[in-house]
Design a protein around this ligand. Structure first.
Ligand code: HEM
Length: 413
């Protein structure tokens, strides 16, 4: 059982040192004592830049469900990044847009997530997971992040989009460089890297699309989602433009892999910290569905969301004015005792478990069924293959507040 409880008097001290834009090292280790203090003492916390950080479940849920919120961050990103490729990526992607543009793009991208598309991918996920497990079996040890959680999701998305998996390392590098400037602590160097990464990624995808179109014109098809999306440019009434297709493919690639890596890494760390739960899952593999939900809740891969206020929003007795920026603490909400019994306890049989790891409302994660499928196969097979798995060395963390994950976790198998 994990406990991150902090004595009430110490909570005030925690908050005195709390700055989301320059958090102390302990926050990266475990943000949960900070979230607890914020929920109890300062649930509508004003950040130094005038934005507000909400940590209570009901407040966060309401932000996601309220119509008077905007995800369009053109103003904020223009100020933060200046003109350039990074600005174009983040303002063309549906993640940072509102209806009707958002609705149109989301409807067109549904081709990537039909039950048929997911079913086709499932065989490949099984194959990939089996392959990764076999590669490690004889060694008697593995780095659960580097050897397992990191390579899997990018290979799955490459398969989904028909990208040669030998490009994996380049894609992972670009993705990281594009997402890092979204952190509250982005530096000018990170922004420059982000601009270069979008330029390179865009050129890569344009070449790939051209090649696919040429093949399709010759009747040669690989049966991937990118082909479905190209087809949809012909068949839909208001189809994706070339730019929208490229920028939203970048979004799919970015959205789908680091988060899923974090699900597997954080989830397995929680299992090692709670060996009774690891044993329980091993003894009863049918618990895997609930285990994945609890991993998503307990140490959520994506911890912070953003919304802008478009209409006055009342929260915690304060009315926030249009134009105000809100940061939603998904990690805080998912540990709120008003929504979860004993939230600091990791319990793979927890029910109900209405966590907000995939957010909620119109922007709720479109890739959630894929992430759940990958997590279920990866962790289910890992636990079955190596029942005596144990951590053997120190873990390391990426040191980021929004994307919470590990960069290394050595284990014996
Ligand atoms: C455990 C893994 C994952 C987690 C925790 C996660 C989490 C989230 C969250 C919290 C959002 C809402 C963001 C917001 O509006 O503020 C989101 C949106 C999104 N996710 Fe995921 N995600 C995961 C996996 C995936 C996968 C596998 C894909 C695609 C292959 C994906 C693609 C997207 C896209 C495209 C959006 C934007 C949806 C929209 O704006 O309508 N995600 N995700």
């Amino acid at each position: 059982m994990s406990s991150t409880l902090v004595a009430p008097a110490a909570q005030t001290t925690l908050l005195e040192t709390f700055d989301l834009y320059a958090p102390p090292a302990e926050f990266y280790e475990s943000p949960y004592p900070y979230y607890k203090a914020l929920r109890e003492l300062d649930p509508v916390h004003e950040n130094a830049d005038g934005s507000f950080y909400l940590t209570r479940y009901e407040d966060v849920r309401r932000v996601y469900r309220t119509k008077g919120m905007t995800s369009d961050k053109t103003g904020m990103f223009t100020k933060k990044y200046g003109p350039g490729a990074l600005l174009e990526q983040h303002t063309t992607s549906m993640l940072f847009s509102d209806p009707p543009y958002h609705t149109r793009i989301r409807n067109l991208l549904r081709h990537a997530f039909t039950p048929r598309a997911l079913q086709q991918l499932e065989h490949r996920v099984v194959e990939l997971v089996d392959g990764l497990i076999e590669q490690c079996r004889d060694r008697g040890e593995m780095d659960l992040v580097l050897d397992f959680a990191f390579p899997l999701p990018v290979e799955v998305i490459c398969t989904m989009l028909g990208i040669d998996t030998r490009e994996r390392e380049r894609l992972q590098e670009w993705s990281r460089e594009i997402l890092t400037p979204l952190e509250p602590t982005a530096t000018p160097e990170m922004i420059a890297d982000g601009n270069r990464a979008v330029d390179e990624f865009t050129a890569f995808l344009r070449d790939l699309l051209e090649e696919k179109r040429a093949n399709m014109a010759r009747g040669v098809r690989a049966g991937d989602i990118l082909e479905d999306l190209i087809d949809s440019q012909e068949s839909e009434d208001d189809p994706l433009t070339a730019d929208e297709l490229v920028q939203n493919c970048i979004l799919l690639l970015n959205g789908g892999h680091e988060t899923t890596t974090n699900l597997v890494s954080n989830g397995m760390k929680a299992m090692f910290d709670n060996p009774d739960q690891l044993r329980k899952l091993h003894d009863d593999p049918s618990l895997i569905g609930g285990a994945i939900e609890e991993m998503l809740r307990f140490d959520s891969p994506l911890q912070i969301g953003n919304r802008g206020i478009a209409e006055p929003f009342e929260v915690g007795g304060t009315t926030l004015a249009p134009g105000t920026q809100i940061l939603t603490s998904i990690g805080g909400a998912n540990h709120d005792p008003d929504a979860f019994d004993q939230p600091e306890v990791f319990d793979i049989t927890r029910t109900p478990n209405k966590h907000l790891a995939f957010a909620a409302g119109i922007h709720a994660c479109i890739g959630a069924p894929l992430a759940r499928m990958e997590g279920t196969i990866a962790i289910g097979k890992l636990v079955a293959a190596f029942p005596d798995m144990q951590r053997t060395g120190p873990i390391s963390r990426g040191g980021r507040a929004r994307f919470r994950g590990l960069t290394s976790m050595p284990v014996s198998i």
